[in-house]
Design a protein around this ligand. Sequence first.
Ligand SMILES: Nc1ncnc2c1ncn2[C@@H]1O[C@H](COP(=O)(O)OP(=O)(O)OP(=O)(O)O)[C@@H](O)[C@H]1O
Length: 275
Amino acid sequence: MAAEVIPERPQGGGPPLLAVQGLRKTFGGGLPGARPALDGVDLALMPGDFAVVIGSNGAGKSTLLNSIAGAFAPDAGTITLAGRNITRVPGHRRAGWITRVFQDPMIGTAAAMTIEENLALAERRGQPRRLRLALDRARRDTYRDRLRPLALGLEDRLTTPVALLSGGQRQALSLIMAVMSRPALLLLDEHTAALDPRTAEIVMQATLRVVQDHGLTALMVTHNMRQAIETGNRLVMMDAGRIRLDIGGSEKSALTAADLVEKFRIDTDRMLLGH
Ligand SMILES: Nc1ncnc2c1ncn2[C@@H]1O[C@H](COP(=O)(O)OP(=O)(O)OP(=O)(O)O)[C@@H](O)[C@H]1O
């Protein structure tokens, strides 16, 4: 099979990097009472957009990210990445263009492998399976350079099995791994929610830096209201499988926690004010 090539990123005011149109998904197909997890979602991300997705439990946030990543086919609608309709492209063939960091630090890394082996695996994501990367000096130097800004000392532990790292260290490594293959789109699914506040802050700062450094477009789900207000240039609120609110620009920058709670009547149960 021919190697997949990362699609060209459109520049400036061109077409969106990601366009989701009329996306629908109902689990438990056709069973009486089955409510749609996605009920006609339209979303367009311009290159360089950092969109934060909020919404109550069961609103459809993870289902939206799963659909974009190709975990399953939607019942209806299209997903276009850099002008290419990827709706029917299986998830493993999107892996070079779209990468994810999950809530669970154990998911993004292989415990029995060392840090450098994990990074090598991530570097060839989306490439033909037969491609092997020599763990030579130049590559190790590159890995150290990628890990150093985290300030977690991982750059001095390249041959340490990942099983020996803390949850926060693993999550930070997952983040670096997610951008090794130079994806076009980074999906972050509550990726700091399982971490203590200090580690969550380290991982969040690292996220902002890699998104900036790699010129990525990002879509991040969070229940943390402070993150939702402070992060990104777009705020998308989902409810019952639909996007109820999509704001950007100065409206997003001026947004306060009070606006979110009062104006948009957000379910605050799982939104952590000031966390
Ligand atoms: N694999 C699945 N099988 C069956 N139902 C599912 C599946 N994934 C999601 N759902 C259902 O789809 C709806 C939306 O779920 P989803 O996980 O997308 O919500 P969410 O907004 O991410 O919620 P949370 O904030 O609790 O993570 C829910 O009713 C959920 O039970």
